[in-house]
Design a protein around this ligand. Structure first.
Ligand SMILES: CCCCCC/C=C/C(=O)SCCNC(=O)CCNC(=O)[C@H](O)C(C)(C)COP(=O)(O)OP(=O)(O)OC[C@H]1O[C@@H](n2cnc3c(N)ncnc32)[C@H](O)[C@@H]1OP(=O)(O)O
Length: 389
């Protein structure tokens, strides 16, 4: 399997294209439309910018084979022929689904892949568009959805000071734009590894007390933007989430996660204390004992556990995650905008004052924690020994 995982996008596409042209046995207008769509999908596949991952590539391969040759009848490759065995298994797993069905599924899958990255290609580079000026994010709007993509994959999307500021700016813009939904997600394999720990190593001439005060002020403003966000805010958790990227989820309206995601809020390990209003939202959502396991004792949750506890609304298999989530979101984004906005505001309204008070209290405690020996040791430990969570 190892070499299959290394297949690049262009090689996969060449592989898929190398199959004989589709010969269809159906008649009539529907058949012609499907054949055209299928051909178009093959063309669209070439324009994909991001590698969709090996599971998806295998599914594309299998659907192509089934659509063009029917059910798999070739002998299973030997155990050591990893690549061909994986391909055979993907094809064979489609069983007896018809060529028509496979063709339709192929067209749907390619369509979803294209549209999930389309906004980034289309709009992120628009000259003069303030959305294109972000350094740490890609912000795009399409199909009534504004997507805020955390875009420091080389740092697991850790939130630098710049990123805190840019997220607030993006939320302000999204709150005012014409979109129906706002989505936050991460680029690369992580959703977000939480606060960039180097935020605490840049001590200016005025010393650590000033750094702690400024950090407290920044965090208060940051969390307030989520409390006050006026329209539905959805988290698409595409991979592991750490620290504030977990606690803040309690302020989103809906959270969807891949089954590869984990949720870890290791505050006591880091000598810190909870933030993002989680000291209030987590016990309320899941009960005190379960919340304490997470917020006091660093329990890392799987996506399924987070779903059972109510933090996550639904978990999807990683290989169909993007496809299924974006299909759902595009459907939701067709709902009446004002109705959604007012409903969200009613649900949030009663809690707002309380949430702001909790936020203020958490930030005061954190300012004290950041100056503590426990916290300084933990941060130094990460950079000196790279002691990971
Ligand atoms: C303004 C202040 C507001 C404060 C708000 C309060 C918020 C609190 C929190 O969010 S607490 C949680 C903080 N996060 C962490 O402690 C995570 C630290 N990171 C790790 O433990 C690991 O990096 C990992 C488990 C997330 C991933 O491990 P692995 O898959 O092995 O990848 P690498 O460690 O090699 O990471 C790649 C690259 O990214 C850098 N990096 C990852 N996370 C962070 C981070 N949170 N802060 C800074 N840098 C991070 C890592 O150092 C590597 O960089 P390098 O390639 O070495 O330059």
């Amino acid at each position: 399997m190892a070499s299959l995982f290394k297949l690049g996008r262009s090689r996969t596409i060449r592989l898929i294209q190398s199959f004989p042209a589709v010969k269809l046995h159906l008649t009539g207008a529907v058949m012609r439309a499907t054949e055209v769509e299928f051909d178009k999908a093959k063309e669209h596949l070439k324009t994909l910018k991001n590698d969709p991952g090996n599971d998806t590539k295998l599914r594309i391969y299998a659907l192509f084979k089934q659509a063009t040759q029917g059910s798999c009848s070739s002998p299973k490759p030997g155990m050591l022929d990893f690549v061909n065995k994986a391909k055979w298994e993907a094809w064979n797993s489609l069983g007896n689904i018809s060529k028509d069905d496979a063709r339709q599924k192929y067209v749907d899958l390619v369509g979803t892949l294209i549209s999930s990255e389309a906004p980034i290609q289309k709009e992120a580079t628009t000259a003069g568009d303030p959305k294109s000026s972000y350094q740490t994010l890609q912000v795009t709007t399409e199909n009534n959805i504004t997507t805020i993509l955390l875009n420091r994959p080389e740092k697991k999307n850790a939130i630098s000071r710049k990123m805190y500021e840019e997220i607030m700016q993006a939320l302000e813009q999204a709150g005012k734009d014409d979109s129906v939904l706002t989505v936050m997600t991460g680029s690369g394999d992580y959703y977000c590894s939480g606060n960039d720990l180097s935020n605490f190593t840049q001590v200016g001439a005025e010393g650590v007390e000033k750094l702690a005060r400024d950090s407290g002020e920044l965090l208060t403003r940051y969390v307030s933007h989520f409390i006050d966000f006026p329209k539905p805010l959805i988290a698409v958790v595409n991979g592991p989430a750490v620290g504030i990227a977990v606690t803040g989820l309690g302020l989103f309206d809906v959270v969807y996660a891949t089954d590869r995601a984990t949720f870890h809020a290791p505050f006591s390990q880091l000598g810190q204390s909870p933030e993002g209003c989680s000291s209030y939202t987590f016990p309320k959502m899941m009960g005190t004992a379960k919340a304490n396991e997470i917020l006091l004792f660093n329990k890392k949750l799987t996506a399924a556990q987070a779903c059972d506890l109510g933090l996550v609304a639904e978990v999807f298999p990683d290989n169909t995650f993007q496809q299924e989530v974006w299909k759902k979101l595009r459907a939701y984004a067709k709902l009446p905008k004002d109705s959604l906005r007012y409903s969200k505001q009613l649900i949030r309204g009663m809690e707002k004052e309380k949430l702001h008070a909790v936020n203020a209290q958490e930030c005061v405690r954190l300012q004290e924690r950041w100056l503590s020996e426990e916290c300084m040791n933990a941060i130094m430990g990460f950079f000196q020994n790279k002691s990971k969570l």
